[in-house]
Design a protein around this ligand. Sequence first.
Ligand SMILES: [Zn+2]
Ligand SMILES: [Zn+2]
Length: 254
Amino acid sequence: MRLTVIGAGPAYTDDPGSRGACYLLEAGPENGEGGVMAMDLGHGAFASLASRVAPERLAAVLVSHLHPDHFVDLVPLRHWLRYHVAPPAQIAVHAHVDLSARLDGLHGQAGFADGSLDLVPLSAGARSVGPFEVIVAPVRHTADSFAFRLHDGSASGVGLVYSGDVGEADDLAPLIRPGDVLLVECSFGAGPVPVGAAHLDGPAVGALAAATRPSSVLLTHILPGMDPEAAIAAVRAAFDGPVAVVHPGFSATI
Ligand SMILES: [Zn+2]
Ligand SMILES: [Zn+2]
């Protein structure tokens, strides 16, 4: 599969190039079904996503949790599907069961979300999403947070594990198979994480990677003021594989 980073920002930043979380995934050529999917659609990400793939072509959108930096650009997606595409299109959105109510409340309009977005409530376990096999695991961040492992059926067996936002690195361990690529939040850089912040830092990610042996670690969702190089060094203190910080435009074949 191919991963393209659309947005890798946190909930707030002074970086004008930053966008909320959004990752585009294309199934590999071995997967006869083909297809593209987005994981998360945070603030400011929609236009960049739409510039890379016609939004109505998305097999689905996976939403890790109901913080706006991960889902609020479902609003422009909804408008695009309803007003820009003829005839209007519908897209499956796999998200916490409360998603439709959140979007309806945001817009002050009952039925706003369901008119264009087919909500598929998330729960722990395996499911097919477009061309991908997805394992869903609840994680401790908000009460409605999930992490994912994606695989496109290719012979390599290598998957992509995406943390969403998470406060306990151990919650991700059951998803990670040796050799997977780990796309993981590292909000507090080299650390420490303030008490109660429910996010990760480099030492936590390093310990997780050392225990689970992914082929590489991609750090995302780093807060303003944190030093990305120090975050990488903190992970490498425990994990001897490749570690990088991702930004919009980063892509990798998995
Ligand atoms: Zn976030
Ligand atoms: Zn969050």
